[in-house]
Each structure stands twice: as structure tokens, then as C-alpha cells.
Design a protein around this ligand. Structure first.
Ligand code: F6R
Length: 604
């Protein structure tokens, strides 16, 4: 799930390639590299680690080329070293690749037997050798590329530079995204429209199986059968300026503070504040007998909260499943089902595969996505937007609360359509939901409780999170947030499950974070807290002012704004995000780009 870019330029490209790679770092930041044509020869610069390392290499040894390709890597095959960084070069060919060549091992053995020498441990390098072997037989570059593609299995977006072919870049996609951009006397090719944003907003999304060659004059696209095809040109609303952190220390901190606006914008897509009505454009939930939510990670936890809402408000049978598991069984979904994918990026490979699985079986598909130009957004029958704006921090915050806000609105619309509520109740619930942005803002302002607690949690080796009802998915989300950015081992449990095993972990060194607003479930969760305290455990209770007055003796308290249970998942998401953020800062961790992770997971 790397990021790739290519420019056939009218002026030097190295700096612009780096600018694009900065926008693609959300896809991986293990290493980065460029290749360009200098006097018809391939020259390359590569560096292990973040993009700034490549910039240092370029500063010491500039690459002056007007045609070039670039890559930022999330390692799959081969350690994240300079030797394994893309572009990979063989003879006259330089290649950058996003995806996995599944049959690389037999191909590599064949090529070695044929006299080819490999210099990396990657799957990608075989592609460079395969094309170069065809070129050496005298084939034209485009034919050599097509012939090599026929040998590959797996997923790829490939961009290729050929020595001696000034002004030519070739690309192909199967299973990984690739777009072509049109400029003035220049052409671009890259992973997504965001990468091309500084240069053009005129993009063509290649379809699966497409192959393209571009030069200064334009692009020629061929489909999987080799037939020339036209793909629609889209004008995409992408600002050329890269999102900045402003006065915030990290993007995650900024994005936590963006949440009131993000939720407000998202809700405005579903709620008409004048009529107090809630809509679900494109879907009539009365015509649906089952909702199947598929998603990964944080987005899946948003889906779990959605399930509580769709079932309790709308009486709509709802299942939520991790997309990577969904696709490997035979889910029994009938024609009345709706498959709803939830995804910030709209590119997550497993979620996309689950959607496609449903589509192939004639099941209606929808996606709740933040990237409105993404593959999911384009492939589904109905796109539900979140309007969180670009989320840069790898740990999802504002995308999550925007997903929860949108799901809450959709559940209200579903309840009305299914005659579970009347217009009066619809208006009341819409009013409650419209209060959420203000309550989230209050929760962000009121974070003074957290600093001393973060100090304690930063010393822990293990942390448990507990919650009941809609707070259970938040417990899972809290644990995920903490482990991914602070590297502290954390687990989330349904509070009632504690005594079925996890209570054995309770000791004075393991903080237990309990998320419990003062609702109908508070007393039961309070009993679980007492069980922990009786065994010497340290409890941090995240509750509201009323809950705090009923907290068992000996717990540390974080107070969030009092709110209606409908919006509690939105309001209580804030303290768990802030705890994870503050702990990670105290530990000196790389908050926005944690180790081993990438923002968008486009491999299975
Ligand atoms: C965790 C996080 C991930 C993503 C997951 C799905 O903070 O961000 O768990 O939620 O990788 O990504 P999307 O939403 O892009 O499909």
C-alpha cells in the first residue's frame, strides 16, 4: 500500500515528485525514492525512512530530470532498507509498484536461471526484469510492458520509466488505484487525485485491468483485452495547498480539535435544521430487511455503534463484521440486504473486497466514506459522505466521530422510514443530534482532567478498557488508539465479560479505564468497577458530573459533558482520544506516523 507518482514534465520534476510523495505518505513511510531520465539514462535517488531522508539525499546529490517517477513505501516483501526502496531498476527499466506480485518467487527463479541478477528482496524487482527481458528481445516498450503484465498475478499499480524513451511513462492497474492527470504540456500519473493536486484537478481514474502510456501530448488507455478505451475525465475539488498543522503540535491534536466542525458538516448532509427532518439520500431503509456493515479497525468500531442505533431506533436487523473475515466465509445475505461499508479512505483493500463480494451477488451496496473520489465511492450503488476533511494523522479521530454522527443520522432516518417513530420524535432526535458538535467542543475544552491520568498511564505496560452498550465499541476504540500511537499494550472488553477471564489480569500495575456515562447501564458497570477495586486494581472512570458523584470510592475520574445517550458515543470519544494522544506525547512517540502503520491499508 505504497504511494506512486510519475510526471512527464516540461520543467524539472524532482521537487514536484517529492511534493506529491508528501501527500502520499499516508500510504506508507518506510522508505522513499525517485528515478528520472538524465540524457536518456535512468538515475535514481533512494533513502530509508521518512521522506525528509530522501530530501537530504537529493539536496546532497540533486536529480535534474524533466521525466521521472517516485515512490513512498510500506514494506511487504523485504525489510524497509534503501536496497529495497523503489524505484527498482533492471537494464533500461525503472519501476515503482503499489500492491503485491503473488507469483514473484517462481518468476524470480526463472529470471535468475535466465541470467538476471537481483539486488533487492522485493517482489517488485521481477517486474523490472521481466519488462527489460522483453525489451532486449527487440519489442517496443509498450508491447514489452504488456507482455510482462501477462505473467503477473496479484495486485498492482505499476508506473514504468524506460531509458532512451524521453517523454514516455507507462502505467497499469489491477487491484490498486491509479489515476492519470492532464496538465498544460505535461502529463501526470499517480495513486490518487490528492497526489496530483498541486499540478492539476483534471483526472482520469483508470479501471481495473487498464494499461496506459503517457507522453507530453496526452494518454492512450487500453482495457484488459488490449482494446483502446476512453475513461471519463473528472474535475476533482482538490486544493493545491497541502493541509498544515497550524499551531498544533501534531495533526492528531489538530484533528481532535477539528471534530465539532467535521461533525457539523457531516450532519448537514443528512439533517435539514429548518424542517427537523433526517434523510438517507439514495436508500429507503423500509425496503431493506437486513443491514450488513463491513469495515476495518476504527471504522468497524463506528459500525458497531451504528448497529446499536439501527437495531434500537429502527428495528433493522444489523450485523457488523471485520471486512477481512467477512469475505472468507459465505455470509447468508438475501436480496433484501444492504451492504454498508464504512471507510475513511475508501481504499481499504479488505473492505473493498467485501463490497465487491456483495456486488457480485447482486446485493445492493453503499459506502460511508470520507474520500469522495475513492474507489469505494465510485463503485457502490449509494455513497453516503462524511465531511471530516483530509485526515492526516494515522490514528483516526475526526473521521471516526464523523462516521458515528452520520450513522446516527441514518439510523434516525431509518426509524422514520420504517414507521418506528413519528415526525415529532424524528424532530426531537434530530435536535439532540445537532447538539453533538457543541458537546464535542465542550469535551475538548474540558480536558484538564486528563494530564495527571496520562502521566500514570504512560508508566503502564498493559491497560484495559471497559464499556457496556454503545460504550463497548468505544472501549475497543480506546484500546486501539492507545496501542497504535503509544505502543502500550491495551485491550478493550465489554464490562460484563470482565469476570469471564480478563479479571485475572487485574493488579495495581494495570490501569482499567472504564467508560460509563450516567445512563441506565451505569449501576451495572459500577459493580464491575467495585470488583476491580476489591482486587487492588486502579480504575479511571470516564463519566459525566452525575456519574462522578456515584463513582465507587478510590477511582480517578475524567468528567465529560452530560448528554443524551444518543450522542454519548460522540462526546465520550473525545476523552479516550485525548488520553491516547497525551500518553503518546509523554512517551515521545511519533504520534502522526506510528511505526509499522500506514493511513490507508490497500493490501490484504
Ligand atoms: C486506527 C485506524 C484504522 C482504520 C482502518 C480502516 O486509528 O485509523 O484502524 O480505521 O485501517 O481504514 P479506512 O477507514 O480508511 O477504511
Amino acid at each position: 500500500m505504497c504511494g506512486i507518482i510519475g510526471i512527464v514534465g516540461a520543467a524539472p520534476v524532482a521537487e514536484r515528485l517529492v511534493e506529491s510523495l508528501r501527500r502520499l505518505e499516508y500510504r506508507g513511510y518506510d522508505s522513499a525514492g525517485l528515478a528520472g531520465l538524465v540524457d536518456g539514462r535512468i538515475e535514481r535517488r533512494r533513502a530509508e525512512g521518512k521522506l525528509r531522508n530522501l530530501e537530504a539525499v537529493l539536496a546532497a546529490d540533486p536529480l535534474v530530470a524533466t521525466v521521472g517517477i517516485g515512490h513512498t513505501r510500506w514494506a511487504t516483501h523485504g525489510a524497509p532498507t534503501t536496497r529495497n526502496a523503489h524505484p527498482h531498476v533492471a537494464g533500461r527499466i525503472a519501476v515503482v509498484h503499489n500492491g503485491i506480485i503473488e507469483n514473484f518467487a517462481p518468476l524470480k527463479a526463472e529470471l535468475i536461471a535466465d541470467g538476471h541478477r537481483f539486488e533487492s528482496d522485493t517482489d517488485t524487482e521481477v517486474v523490472a526484469h521481466l519488462i527489460d527481458r522483453e525489451l532486449a528481445k527487440g519489442l517496443a516498450p509498450v508491447t514489452a510492458f504488456k507482455t510482462a503484465l501477462d505473467r503477473l498475478s496479484g495486485a498492482y499499480a505499476l508506473v514504468v520509466l524506460v531509458a532512451g524513451e524521453e517523454g514516455l511513462i507507462m502505467g497499469a492497474r489491477r487491484g490498486s488505484p491509479l489515476v492519470v492527470g492532464e496538465g498544460e504540456g505535461e502529463m501526470y500519473i499517480g495513486t490518487d487525485a490528492l497526489a496530483l493536486g498541486p499540478f492539476t484537478n483534471r483526472v482520469v481514474h483508470l479501471e481495473d485491468g487498464d494499461f496506459v502510456d503517457i507522453d507530453h501530448d496526452g494518454a492512450r488507455i487500453f482495457d484488459r483485452d488490449g482494446e483502446p478505451v476512453e475513461r471519463p475525465l473528472r474535475i476533482v475539488p482538490i486544493a493545491s495547498a497541502l493541509v498544515e498543522k497550524g499551531n498544533y503540535r501534531h495533526f492528531m491534536e489538530k484533528e481532535i480539535h477539528d471534530q465539532p466542525d467535521a461533525c457539523q458538516h457531516t450532519l448537514s448532509a443528512y439533517i435539514d435544521p429548518i424542517t427537523s427532518t433526517v434523510s438517507s439520500p439514495g436508500v429507503d431503509f423500509a425496503a431493506i430487511d437486513r443491514l450488513q456493515i463491513v469495515a476495518c479497525g476504527t471504522a468497524c468500531y463506528a459500525g458497531m455503534i451504528g448497529r446499536y442505533l439501527f437495531e434500537s431506533l429502527a428495528g433493522l436487523p444489523t450485523d457488523v463484521e471485520i471486512a477481512s473475515e467477512f469475505r472468507y466465509r459465505e455470509p447468508a445475505l438475501g436480496p433484501g440486504a444492504l451492504c454498508l461499508a464504512i471507510s475513511q479512505s475508501g481504499e481499504t483493500a479488505d473492505t473493498l473486497a467485501a463490497l465487491r463480494w456483495c456486488k457480485e451477488r447482486g446485493i445492493t451496496t453503499a459506502a460511508l466514506v470520507n474520500s469522495h473520489e475513492s474507489t469505494m465511492a465510485r463503485e457502490v450503488d449509494v455513497m453516503f459522505p462524511t465531511h471530516a476533511g483530509p485526515e492526516i494523522g494515522v490514528a483516526s479521530t475526526k473521521a471516526f466521530t464523523s462516521q458515528v454522527a452520520a450513522l446516527t443520522a441514518l439510523a434516525i432516518a431509518a426509524a422514520r422510514q420504517r414507521n418506528r417513530i413519528g415526525a415529532g420524535e424524528e424532530a426531537r432526535l434530530a435536535g439532540v443530534l445537532l447538539e453533538a458538535p457543541r458537546l464535542i467542543a465542550d469535551a475538548i475544552l474540558d480536558d484538564g482532567w486528563i494530564a495527571p491520568i496520562a502521566q500514570e498511564i504512560a508508566k503502564a505496560r498493559d491497560v484495559l478498557y471497559l464499556g457496556r452498550g454503545a460504550m463497548y465499541p468505544l472501549a475497543l476504540e480506546g484500546a486501539l488508539k492507545l496501542k497504535e500511537i503509544s505502543y502500550i499494550h491495551a485491550e478493550g472488553y465489554a464490562a460484563g465479560e470482565l469476570k469471564h477471564g480478563p479479571i485475572a489480569l487485574v493488579d495495581e500495575a494495570t490501569p482499567i479505564i472504564v467508560i460509563a456515562p450516567s445512563d441506565a447501564l451505569f449501576e451495572k458497570t459500577s459493580s464491575n468497577m467495585s470488583e476491580v477495586i476489591a482486587r487492588g486494581g486502579r480504575v479511571v472512570l470516564i463519566t459525566d458530573a452525575h456519574g462522578a458523584t456515584h463513582a465507587p470510592e478510590g477511582v480517578s475520574v475524567v468528567i465529560a459533558p452530560h448528554c443524551d445517550p444518543l450522542v454519548a458515543p460522540l462526546v465520550f470519544a473525545v476523552p479516550i482520544q485525548v488520553i491516547a494522544y497525551q500518553v503518546a506525547v509523554l512517551k515521545g512517540a511519533d504520534v502522526d506516523q506510528p511505526r509499522n502503520l500506514a493511513k490507508s491499508v490497500t493490501v490484504e
